[in-house]
Design a protein around this ligand. Structure first.
Ligand code: ZN
Length: 715
């Protein structure tokens, strides 16, 4: 039953995007929540640890390997650290009993959900000396009562991934795993899968609400992958479609592809993503045999820079495909949001836009968000972005956590059940990367920054939303270098542009069809076209998303790179953009698009959401102040103090008298009220309405402020 349901659902996932979009209910905002992460030692059975949590409990607590069976080591001495140990059955039973008490104590301390750590691919041990993970493997049959089944006939070493090339590597003393080595196993290997599910079942038995799944890398060509790939192609394409797409239809003739192999390489990458999604689904459902609300949260890696996203695309990473099985998806970002220089901000706006577009909740693990300002700004971003969470490392800023948790609870009505009120839809398709079209995603980074700083309300609109029904909410739709597009999507865009909406195409979207064939018929649509984004948005002289992953992970290097770039003798760009994107859109839509018209407030960002009701609608405008200086510590080894700057320098720079201009639906605005986490009550604000346009002034924004507009429908 379960299997046939799965095949059915897999078919639904593979329906043409436009058809699926019409039947799905609208995706709405959700209340954000507080989320802390700590892989430290000494949690289990510690009254001190419990007291620390009780002081300011997060809603979700993410711990490390506080588990009876570790996915990385098998069994361990204690919980944290590099300490594999063969355990007797009685020792495991004692651990499970201890962990049940521990998880229950965290719940009673005020934590709603507790999750530990597993990893989809990494094991640590020595397969020659039979230590670490292999110590566990050799004793596998000892653990029958814990649901591991008989020991696999094949050594787990044979589950290793061997994609070309697997760089030879050795673990050095400083990596902290000596005397063992690290091995990467294939998520499609049935023995490894069975082991991961048994680990999960034991986690659920301890009372955990779900589990985190780290790394998520899958790229391999073993017999299991090849067999699953063939059934994947059989499900996804008819014989005729396979012939058109691959030039041959026989499944036996189709093998996993490699870079440069067109549609075959596209589907190979899509298959790895689908395999990762299936693993998450299996893990979730294994937990649900014990706890029917059991959930998974996978690690999606960083999205703060193009480099990190581009590198991961071929290895199973695709949040839109994982989304249906995940309670939340983690973005792992080294930096924190805020201001680095007069014109340089770090933000995670794109992460939340992406999550909302692809129908999941995003959580941003921001390693440097530990001080009150960084924590509050991170939580404000999640709340303004439509839900999800800042994933805060450690337990700093307890007062901020208490205050925001209370604010989210007492004013839940400001956060849940809203749809977007954006004027501009930026059509987004992650899978362009599968065609090796990098320009589309690069455009999305640039547009996200430009539109945010210009205070133009925008969404990412996935291809599945490109139906006339979904696009009609937007005054303008941008297709940025979407070189590969299905006919159905072009038809919908064509229909959209024949109405009042403006379709702006950058590059030549739809040059190729969804099979990668050159399209010969030109579009007849009323499209506004520019050859490249540089004509409308200046090429950035410097931006965090331009950086290589290794460079952005080091804040001092980021600052040094900015200085070097700005000091260059021949700065980029050589000339400014000939046109301005906002002005072009305003001319063609006939609407003013900046919700904050005054210049010089690029670090203030606005999201607006609306919730229709019986008598009218509620509109909420979220204001987030990124004028929050990011502390820069002196590099180690320079002789300067690590805390070179005082903490006082890093408080937020509050904004005063922000003029706001919004458009609402038909109706009369009867009240505008301002809310923030610093005060318990909403404050009324004066406003003026002229037709659909409402103007008001927000007298102060420290870090986060919400304006709630009550709109009563005209009768
Ligand atoms: Zn494999």
């Amino acid at each position: 039953m379960l299997r046939s349901l799965r095949i059915w659902s897999a078919f639904i996932l593979l329906l043409p995007a436009a058809a699926a979009g019409q039947n799905e209910p609208d995706w709405l905002t959700a209340a954000p929540f507080t989320y802390n992460i700590d892989y430290g030692d000494g949690h289990v059975g510690s009254p001190e640890y419990l007291k620390k949590l009780q002081d300011a409990p997060p809603q979700l607590m993410h711990v490390g390997e506080d588990v009876p069976f570790s996915s990385v080591y098998g069994t361990k001495d204690g919980y944290a650290g590099n300490r594999p140990k063969d355990l007797a059955v009685e020792e495991v039973r004692a651990k499970i009993a201890e962990l049940k008490t521990y998880v229950a104590s965290l719940h009673s301390a005020g934590v709603e959900w507790v999750i530990p750590y597993i990893n989809n691919m990494t094991v640590i041990g020595d397969p020659v000396k039979r230590t670490g993970y292999w110590g566990f493997f050799d004793n596998w049959d000892r653990y029958g009562e814990f649901g591991f089944g008989p020991r696999p006939k094949e050594d787990m070493l044979l589950a290793q991934m061997h994609y070309p090339f697997e760089f030879p590597r050795r673990v050095k003393a400083e990596h902290g795993v000596a005397p063992y080595q690290v091995f990467h196993l294939c998520g499609n290997n049935p023995n490894w899968r069975r082991f991961l599910l048994a680990v999960t079942a034991n986690i659920a038995r301890c009372g955990y609400d779900g589990t985190f799944v780290d790394e998520m890398v899958l790229r391999d060509y073993c017999q299991h992958d090849e067999a699953k790939f063939r059934s994947y192609l059989a499900r996804k394409y008819t014989e005729e479609q396979r012939r058109r797409r691959f030039g041959r239809a026989a499944l036996d003739s189709l093998k996993l592809g490699h870079p440069g192999e067109g549609a075959l390489w596209y589907d190979t990458q899509a298959f790895y993503a689908e395999s990762d999604a299936e693993l998450l689904w299996d893990i979730r459902d294994e937990g649900r045999k014990v706890n029917r609300d059991f959930f998974v949260i996978p690690n999606y890696g960083p999205w703060g820079h193009f480099d990190g996203v581009y590198k991961r695309a071929p290895s199973g990473f695709n949040a839109g495909v994982w989304a249906p099985y995940c309670r939340l998806i983690m973005f792992e970002e080294m930096q924190r949001s805020g201001q680095l220089a007069e014109d340089l901000f770090i933000d995670f706006i794109l992460q939340y836009k992406l999550a909302f577009a692809l129908r999941f909740r995003g959580g941003v693990l921001s390693y440097h968000a530990t001080d009150p300002t960084g924590v509050e700004l991170g939580m404000a971003e999640a709340a303004a972005g439509g839900g999800g969470a800042l994933i805060q490392p450690g337990y700093g800023a307890p007062e901020s956590r208490r205050r925001f948790r209370r604010f989210f609870r007492e004013h839940a009505d400001l956060f849940a059940g809203f749809r977007s009120q954006a004027d501009v839809g930026v059509v987004f398709d992650y899978n362009q990367l599968y065609w090796n079209n990098a320009t589309h995603l690069q455009d999305v980074y640039r547009l996200s920054q430009y539109l945010s700083e210009q205070h133009v309300l925008f969404d990412l609109a996935p291809l599945s939303d490109v139906s006339k029904h979904r696009l009609s909410d937007y005054s303008a739709v941008i297709t940025p270098d979407l070189t590969y597009l299905p006919e159905a999507v072009l038809k919908e865009l064509d229909a959209y542009s024949r109405g009042p909406g403006v379709w702006l195409d950058i590059g030549h979207s739809g040059w190729f069809d969804e099979d990668g064939h050159l399209r010969t018929r030109a579009s007849r649509a009323k499209v506004l076209r520019r050859d490249e984004l540089n004509q409308l948005v200046p090429y950035p002289r410097f931006a965090p998303y331009l950086l290589r992953e290794a460079d952005i992970n080091d804040l001092n290097e980021l600052v040094a790179l900015r200085q070097a770039t700005l000091a260059a003798a021949a700065p980029i760009p050589p000339k400014p953009a000939p046109e301005d994107l906002r002005r072009l859109l305003e001319t063609h839509t006939g609407l003013p698009l900046a919700v904050v018209p005054q210049p010089g407030l690029e670090g203030l960002r606005v999201n607006v959401w609306r919730r229709p009701g019986a008598a009218g609608e509620k509109v909420v405008a979220h204001f987030v102040n990124y004028y929050c200086p990011i502390p820069i510590k002196a590099p180690t080894g320079t002789g300067q103090s690590q805390e070179a700057e005082s903490v006082d320098q890093h408080g937020p720079k509050p904004l005063a008298d922000v003029q706001v201009r919004l458009r609402v639906g038909n109706g009369k605005v009867t009240a505008v009220k301002l809310y923030d986490p610093d005060s318990s009550q909403g404050v009324p604000a004066k406003f003026q309405q002229q037709g659909r346009q409402v103007t008001f002034v927000v007298p102060a924004v420290r870090i986060y402020r919400i304006a709630e507009l009550t709109v009563v429908r005209d009768v």
